[in-house]
Write a protein that binds this ligand. Structure first.
Ligand code: NAD
Length: 461
């Protein structure tokens, strides 16, 4: 689609929405089933595109970009009739003889903008929610994961009519044009900086937004920890997709007493994961492009590299890297790393670790490794984050029962499972007034009825 044809495409999406077809829950379920079949058919092509874009290991590609979507679709199909049904709610006594219901209306035409790091999953997961709620959709995938974006466009064109789900491919300038148009909802996944651009563009039309953004997600490792499990879970969450994961542990706050064994064990774990030379490992991804490669090389200049640190430009390879002795003012501690570099920050007591987290913007995820329930509870009570895990990393993203989203600078709104349905649905509250009775007290002239009203509101609940 060319930028010039955006208004026509939008017009077609609007016209199709106006036919009311998407309001039929069976229609939505049929589209979700079609989508699931389409993903199945395209599996080899999706995996190949992800490999092409960033050398994504097939295991990681299947788990995080494909398998997770099947469970999401199945979960939503299972519950969609019950979620969509108008819900009867109680009616206050003051509205005597009336009934109240909440209806679940689709917004209309939804814009989904997605990033390059999980380019398939982060496009299709919101699409599932948008379809489930009865919307028409325009998808704008990332220009950096061009192979996967091409596969998405091919797949969508094959599966859906272009007046129901359309794909727009374009770089920043073209996307700015897109944002001049009025949408009924914008679902954006990407950086905090671009999130601000999206929100101000949406504000011009008062379009509601969900912003799934990034940030520095801390991992606190308490002295009372099961390091054997903990280290593997931290290393896996960090180096999955070569650290290019929005909820990857960005840095580790490690208790002084266990820091040496932490370092010893994480080095051993990385050896066991990726072998002597991770560049030869089939299980280790590459950096998306040269711009990010250069940015990450700059960040590696902070602190003291105690493991890894090597790279190869022509392959966009950066080794899993551990950095010690970083200061909070080092560049690596100033921006989201979004790559395979793990800085360690030592702390003496839990107050210090909590204060460190709270002095920074609220993260998308926060992880705590501790066997001590009191420490777990303190961290949950005294910090704020989009989500996270206790004694694990990144796994919360795979649960349809957990709303996934940020807070503060890491985003607003949430999705997955019921949260996705809610996000793409407007709750319309309707009161049905009975014609059996009409209390004329509420009509003018009101005369001296204020005291009567006061009495009424004193006793009526
Ligand atoms: P990005 O913000 O650069 O780009 C995201 C999308 O916005 C892309 O489709 C891009 O084409 C578009 N875009 C870029 N500049 C734009 C502009 N000026 N106007 C309109 N559209 C524009 O993000 P990225 O580099 O693709 O992804 C990495 C970031 O995304 C990281 O910060 C990461 O933490 C975050 N992220 C968040 C989540 C989440 O679920 N919260 C998931 C993945 C990635």
């Amino acid at each position: 689609m060319m930028p010039e044809s955006i208004p026509q495409t939008l017009g077609r999406l609007r016209d199709f929405f106006a036919t009311g077809k998407t309001r039929d829950v069976d229609f939505r379920i049929a589209q979700l089933k079609k989508l699931k079949e389409g993903i199945r058919k395209y599996e080899p092509e999706i995996m190949a595109s992800l490999y092409d874009d960033m050398h994504k290991p097939p295991f990681e590609a299947y788990a995080s970009e494909i398998g997770i979507l099947y469970t999401e679709i199945d979960h939503i199909i299972r519950h969609l009739h019950s979620w969509s049904r108008p819900r009867r709610v109680a009616t206050p006594v003051i509205h005597f003889l009336s009934r109240s219901r909440i209806y679940h209306d689709p917004y209309g035409v939804v814009l989904i903008i997605s990033p390059w790091n999980y380019p398939f999953q982060l496009t299709i997961a919101p699409l599932i929610g948008a379809i489930a709620a009865g919307n028409c959709v325009l998808i704008k995938p990332s220009e950096f994961s061009s192979s996967t974006s091409a596969t998405i466009e091919k797949m969508m064109t094959e599966l859906f009519a272009s007046d129901y789900v359309a794909v727009f491919q374009g770089e920043t300038e073209a996307t700015k044009k897109l944002l001049e148009e009025k949408f009924d909802y914008i679902f954006f996944t990407g950086s905090t900086a671009v999130g601000r651009v999206i929100m101000s563009a949406a504000a011009r039309h008062l379009t509601p937004v969900t912003l799934e953004l990034g940030g520095k997600s801390p991992t606190i490792v308490d002295e009372d920890v099961d390091l054997n499990y903990g280290i593997k879970r931290i290393a896996w969450g960090k180096f999955f997709n070569a650290g290019q994961t929005c909820i990857a542990p960005d840095y580790v706050l490690v208790h002084r007493k266990i820091k040496d064994s932490f370092i010893e064990k994480i080095v051993g774990t990385l050896h066991s994961f990726y072998g002597e030379n991770p560049m030869m490992s089939p299980d280790y991804a590459r950096i998306i492009n040269e711009r990010h490669f250069n940015r990450l090389l700059q960040l590696m200049k902070s602190g003291w590299v105690i493991y890894g640190g090597n790279s190869q430009r022509k392959d966009l390879y950066i080794a899993p890297t551990i950095i010690d002795q970083v200061s909070p003012n080092d560049p690596v501690m100033q921006e989201e790393i979004f790559g395979p570099i793990l800085p360690l920050v030592e702390y003496n007591d839990i107050e210090e670790a909590i204060a460190f987290v709270n002095q920074r913007p609220r993260p998308l995820a926060l992880y705590c490794f501790s066997k001590n329930k009191k420490i777990q509870n303190r961290i949950l009570r005294e910090t704020s984050a989009g989500g996270g895990c206790i004694n694990d990393t990144i796994s919360h993203i795979g649960s349809q029962e957990l709303p996934f989203g940020g807070i503060g600078e890491s985003g607003m709104g949430a999705y997955h499972g019921k949260a996705s349905f809610n996000t793409f649905t407007h709750q319309r509250g309707i009161l049905f007034r009975s014609n059996l009775l009409d209390i004329s007290l509420r009509y003018p002239p009101y005369r001296d009825r204020v005291s009567l009203l006061q009495l009424l509101f004193r006793f009526i609940r």
